[in-house]
Write a protein that binds this ligand. Structure first.
Ligand code: TXA
Ligand code: MG
Length: 353
């Protein structure tokens, strides 16, 4: 545990915001207030380019306990540690493979989490007792300003700011919906650009293994490493990765994935059962002939990056409208859609239908 911390902000609480010209004066004030909250051991929700995180200083055990309590997450599920600059990587990790350095140099700040051997500076209560740690430099000016202000020897544990097993928030309003008064402060950075969680990569010697597909496509990782990358399908792994549980990222409304060819047949079956359904499509060729006001169609973008950025907000919106079913057109069978397919499959596995 880190006992001593260099004061990262001066007595007037002024922070060097010059590197973040996009931050308004109001946001700068809020970030300064968030720094004080975090240093006092409180939790603060903040935007990243992927999803909103629920942050706490990793060196304050009571703050880490708060994260688990607020989320309702079992304490053996490890948290991702966020920090500001690649020069700090060796402070938090040791025995770093060359391939990890390559990925870090290329993709950070960005939607990539590396699982590495933890250094003695990372407390075990953050890693669920494991000897590895998930590390990430987020690509969002608010997150980076916050992390920089906290100082080089401090990092923030930040799981997605939702209750355990639920859809990750991609706006500040979603965080409020999820956590309400339980979170001390929410920094509002608008909608997250990527909208899906980071790609998580672990290493077997130099070989990279993707534990969770996410914001960075496998093909981009392969290009940088000039090597094939394995996608882990090991659901029985002893490593506790909530994102790898079958029933995760789930709306409360039963969600069903249906191939394009049978989508309208399935819609009519639901209609015949007098069920209310939201039919969420991506292919432009499809348009529903709505004969029943219980059925609503919503068209998503055809391009996976745009689809991914809207997915959680769309599921959340339709989840709140009291439908009996969310009927989702199966995404294309194409590696660029991997993270989307992964999240939809997990979301479809919670409820008996
Ligand atoms: O995009 C993201 O990654 C977001 C933003 C806030 O950074 N964070 C996020 O955190 O999704 P969370 O806690 O919801 O998911 C983190 C995943 C979990 O599945 C966790 O088990 C896995 O990362 N993880 C963390 N540390 C790990 C470790 N040492 N070994 C294996 N998996 C780990
Ligand atoms: Mg999560």
């Amino acid at each position: 545990m880190i006992k001593e911390k260099k004061p990262p902000i001066n007595k007037k609480n002024s922070i060097d915001f010059q590197s973040y010209p996009s931050l308004s004066l109001e946001l700068q004030k809020q970030i300064a207030a968030a720094v004080r909250q975090l240093q006092a051991g409180e939790t603060v929700a903040f935007p990243t380019e992927t999803v909103y995180g629920l942050g706490a200083d990793i060196s304050i055990p009571s703050a880490i306990r708060q994260i688990y309590k607020i989320k309702g997450r079992p304490t053996n599920h490890p948290l991702i540690v966020h920090f500001a600059h690649i020069s700090q990587l060796q402070h938090w990790a040791k025995e770093i493979p060359k391939s990890a350095w390559k990925l870090a140099t290329h993709f950070w700040p960005g939607p990539l989490t590396l699982i590495l051997k933890r250094s003695q500076h990372v407390p075990q209560n953050v890693t669920g007792g494991q000897n590895t740690v998930g590390l990430r430099i987020p690509g969002h000016p608010i997150a980076l300003a916050l992390l920089n202000a906290l100082g080089a020897e401090t990092a923030l544990a930040a799981p997605s700011a939702n209750r355990f097993g639920r859809i990750s928030p991609t706006t500040a309003a979603h965080v409020q919906d999820e956590l309400g008064d339980r979170v001390h402060m929410v920094l509002d950075g608008g909608a997250c650009q990527v909208g899906l969680e980071s790609t998580i990569v672990s290493f077997h010697d130099e070989a990279a293994i993707v534990l969770r597909p996410g914001g960075i496509p496998l093909s981009a990782l392969e290009t940088v490493l000039n090597d094939k990358i394995t996608l882990s399908n090991d659901r029985k792994s002893t490593v506790r990765t909530p994102g790898s549980l079958a029933s995760h990222y789930a709306p409360a409304t039963p969600l069903e994935i249906c191939p394009t060819q049978t989508l309208w047949q399935r819609t009519h079956e639901l209609e015949a059962q007098n069920l209310c359904a939201a039919v969420i499509t991506w292919s432009a060729s499809i348009s529903v002939r709505i004969s029943n006001k219980n059925i609503v169609q919503f068209s998503m973008p055809q391009e996976p990056t745009a689809y991914g950025s809207q997915l959680y907000a769309t599921l959340r919106r339709f989840d709140q409208k009291g439908f009996d079913r969310l009927l989702i057109e199966a995404p294309p069978d194409n590696p660029a859609w991997l993270a989307i397919t992964d999240r939809l499959q997990r979301a479809s596995q919670t409820k008996s239908q």
